[in-house]
Design a protein around this ligand. Structure first.
Ligand SMILES: Cc1cc2nc3c(=O)[nH]c(=O)nc-3n(C[C@H](O)[C@H](O)[C@H](O)COP(=O)(O)OP(=O)(O)OC[C@H]3O[C@@H](n4cnc5c(N)ncnc54)[C@H](O)[C@@H]3O)c2cc1C
Length: 273
C-alpha cells in the first residue's frame, strides 16, 4: 500500500553542536491541521540523491506532538547522504522542504507509566526529549498540560564523549529543577579535567540506578523471573528501560539488564544502525 507523503517545511534550523555537527530542526506540515504521534516514534524522510535515486531514512521525532509541527535532532554523518541533505537545507527566509511519511515505530512508553530509565547516546536523545516533553508538559503557555508521569521516577542517562555534545542540556536541567521525579544524568567518556559531572559509559550509571532502587525498595537482585504461567499480555512490570542509540551501546545495556534478571519485555529499544 502506498504511504501518504507529507511535505514538511523547515521553519527553523539551529546548529546545537559545532564539534559534533548536530542540528536541531523545526518542521511544519502546512497541509495538515495536526500531526499526531506517540512520543518515541519516528518519521521516514524521503528525498532524491544526486543521481535521482530516492533515498529514505528514519528520524526519531524530538518533540511531543504539537499541532502540525515536529522537531528533529540530526548529526552529520561523514559522507552520508541524508544527514548532510538535512543539515544543508535552507531555513529562512523561506524554508526548504522534505517529504516524510509516518509516524512509525514501536519505541513508545508502556502504559501505565512506571518508573523508567531512559538511556541514550548521541542523537538517540531525540525520542527521549519527546518522551520527557510528553510526561512533563510545561505548566503554562500554549503547550501546557497535566503531568503524565504519575509521580513515577524517570531517569535520563545520557552518554557522550565531550561536554559540547550534551544536546539540550539546559532544557533537561531546567526540567530536573522543576520536577523532583525527573533525574538527569549526563555522563562523559572523555570529559576534560574541568568537567565536574558524571564520567564513564552509560552502563555504569544504569547499573547504579538499578542497584540503588532495588536496595531502597528491598527488592532482590537479580530479579526473580516472572512465573511462566502468566500470559505475556498480563506481565505487569514496575520498571522499564528505554534505550536509543547505536547498536553497540543498546546491546551493552540490554546485556547488563538481562544479567539483573530483567525480562526482555521490560527493555524497549531503538537502534539507529
Ligand atoms: C528508527 C531510526 C531512527 C533514527 N533517528 C535518528 C535521529 O533522530 N537522528 C539521527 O541523526 N539519526 C537517526 N537515525 C539514523 C538515520 O536514519 C541515518 O542512518 C543517518 O542520518 C545516516 O544517514 P545518511 O544518509 O547521512 O548516511 P548513509 O549514506 O546512509 O550512511 C553512511 C554510513 O554511515 C553509517 N551510519 C549511519 N548512521 C550513523 C550514525 N548515526 N552515526 C555514525 N555512522 C552512521 C552507515 O552505516 C553508513 O555506513 C535513525 C535511524 C533509525 C533506524
Amino acid at each position: 500500500m502506498a504511504r501518504e507523503l507529507f511535505t514538511a517545511r523547515l521553519a527553523r534550523k539551529e546548529c546545537i553542536s559545532e564539534v559534533a555537527q548536530c542540528y536541531h530542526f523545526d518542521f511544519v506540515i502546512d497541509q495538515l491541521e495536526s500531526f499526531p504521534y506517540a512520543p518515541g516514534q519516528f518519521v521516514s524522510a524521503v528525498a532524491p540523491d544526486a543521481n535521482g535515486k530516492v533515498q529514505t531514512r528514519a528520524y526519531s521525532i524530538a518533540s511531543a506532538a504539537n499541532s502540525n509541527r515536529f522537531e528533529l535532532c540530526v548529526n552529520r554523518v561523514e559522507d552520508g547522504f541524508f544527514s548532510n541533505h538535512l543539515a544543508d537545507l535552507p531555513d529562512l527566509p523561506i524554508g526548504g522542504t522534505i517529504q516524510v511519511h509516518g509516524p512509525h515505530g514501536h519505541f513508545i512508553l508502556q502504559q501505565p507509566i512506571t518508573d523508567s530509565i531512559l538511556v541514550a547516546t548521541g542523537t538517540g536523545v531525540a525520542p527521549m526529549r519527546a518522551m520527557a516533553q510528553w510526561l512533563f508538559p510545561p505548566e503554562d503557555g500554549p503547550n501546557a498540560g497535566p503531568d503524565r508521569s504519575d509521580g513515577k521516577q524517570i531517569w535520563l542517562v545520557y552518554g557522550t564523549r565531550h561536554e559540547s555534545d550534551i544536546y539540550y542540556k539546559e532544557e533537561f536541567e531546567a526540567l530536573a529543577r522543576r520536577k523532583p521525579n525527573f533525574h538527569y544524568l549526563p555522563t562523559l567518556s572523555r570529559g576534560l579535567d574541568s568537567w565536574e559531572g558524571l564520567r564513564g559509559h552509560v552502563q555504569v550509571h544504569v547499573t547504579r540506578i538499578v542497584e540503588e532502587r532495588a536496595a531502597r525498595l528491598g527488592l532482590p537482585l537479580p530479579q526473580p523471573a516472572p512465573d511462566p504461567a502468566i500470559p505475556k499480555a498480563d506481565l505487569n512490570f514496575d520498571i522499564y528501560t528505554y534505550i536509543c542509540g547505536l547498536n553497540f551501546m543498546v546491546s551493552g545495556v540490554r546485556d547488563l539488564l538481562a544479567a539483573f534478571g530483567w525480562h526482555r519485555k521490560q527493555i524497549v529499544f531503538e537502534r539507529y544502525d
